[in-house]
Design a binder for this molecule. Structure first.
Ligand code: CP
Ligand code: NVA
Length: 310
């Protein structure tokens, strides 16, 4: 091993895991979910502590990690920028050295991916990306799991991304590359995706469309996200104009496969990126998608701390 290289397994981007690790994780998440639904106690993480660091707001990520860790027998420490020294400019490297001596695993939601990378490089324990400006791997883990639950393998399928070339879009790009499906992308001009930045190796896994309706044609899954992500609020007025035609509506869903699913990572703005009739309609699986955050993250934490089970 090269000096400075770490043996610790982190989950900082979707491409940190190989396809066969995802096969394992999706199977494991199914088992863990089934046990939870049957009220079977499963506490492999007794005496383990998860530190959660939030530099941006959250509902789903906070609840799913916290509830998931308690269900597995562990405990949780929650830190935010406002109530810790992180907000008073303590270097992220120092924070990582200290926090990782006291807990067993860390989840971070922050701004730049470089900040997360710097934390991980100085951490003695596994670090999980709970959303950065660039990526949101835990969400796509849940989304793909949800697709598999409803429709079977995602390999060879078409996923349509309508909207911002943001952290969700970048993570879908990595997932398409690794899991072998095609991503149709339509963004307004100036908000394009960057497959090179996302490290996509197979250029054929992504197709770009000017018109969002064209991106949805024949898709097995249509998905979108808010027009203005956290950290970009100053651009809101400009974005509202630029994204006006990138609202997933019934016409787009009708252009997709008859059994196409609709997903949204939430929180959603009805009447902006998605019509109420779509997100609240029969093809939408957004509530399963949100719940599945917890089940896949339990499988993820188990994997990072205990390796493969069985
Ligand atoms: N989807 C998602 O990450 O939601 P929160 O911002 O509520 O955590
Ligand atoms: N792209 C959104 C996702 C929120 C879960 C954001 O970063 O705000």
């Amino acid at each position: 091993m090269k000096p400075g290289m770490s043996l610790i397994k982190h989950y900082l981007q979707f491409k940190d895991f190989r396809a066969e690790e995802y096969v394992y994780l999706f199977e494991r998440a199914l088992t863990i979910k089934r046990r939870f639904k049957n009220y079977e106690k499963y506490t492999p993480l007794v005496d383990r502590t998860l530190a959660m660091i939030f530099e941006k707001a959250s509902t789903r990520t906070r609840v799913s990690f916290e509830a998931g860790m308690y269900q597995m027998g562990g405990s949780v420490v929650n830190l935010t920028t406002g109530d810790s020294q992180l907000g008073r400019a303590e270097p992220v490297e120092d924070s990582a050295r200290v926090i990782s001596r006291m807990v067993d695993i860390v989840m971070i939601r922050t701004f730049e991916q470089t900040k997360l990378d710097a934390f991980a490089a100085n951490s003695r324990v596994p670090v999980i990306n709970g959303l950065t400006n660039e990526y949101h791997p835990c969400q796509i883990l849940a989304d793909v799991f949800t697709y598999i639950e409803h429709r079977g393998s995602i390999q060879g399928k078409v996923v349509a991304w309508v909207g911002d070339g943001n952290n969700m879009a970048n993570t879908w790009l990595q997932a398409a590359d690794i899991l072998g499906f095609t991503l149709h992308v339509s963004t307004p001009g100036g908000y394009e995706i960057d497959p090179k930045m996302a490290g996509v190796t197979n250029a054929a896994c992504v197709k770009v469309f000017k018109n969002p309706l064209d991106a949805c044609r024949g898709a097995n899954l249509v998905t979108t996200d808010v027009w203005t992500s956290m950290g970009y609020e100053a651009e809101n007025a400009v974005r509202m104009k630029a994204f006006a035609d990138w609202c997933v509506d019934r016409e787009m869903m009708a252009a997709a496969q008859p059994d196409a699913l609709f997903m949204h990572c939430l929180p959603a703005h009805r009447g902006e990126e998605v019509e109420a009739e779509v997100i609240d309609g029969p093809q939408s699986v957004v509530w399963d998608e949100a719940e599945n955050r917890m089940h896949v993250q339990k499988a993820l934490m188990e994997y990072l701390l205990l390796g493969r089970i069985g």
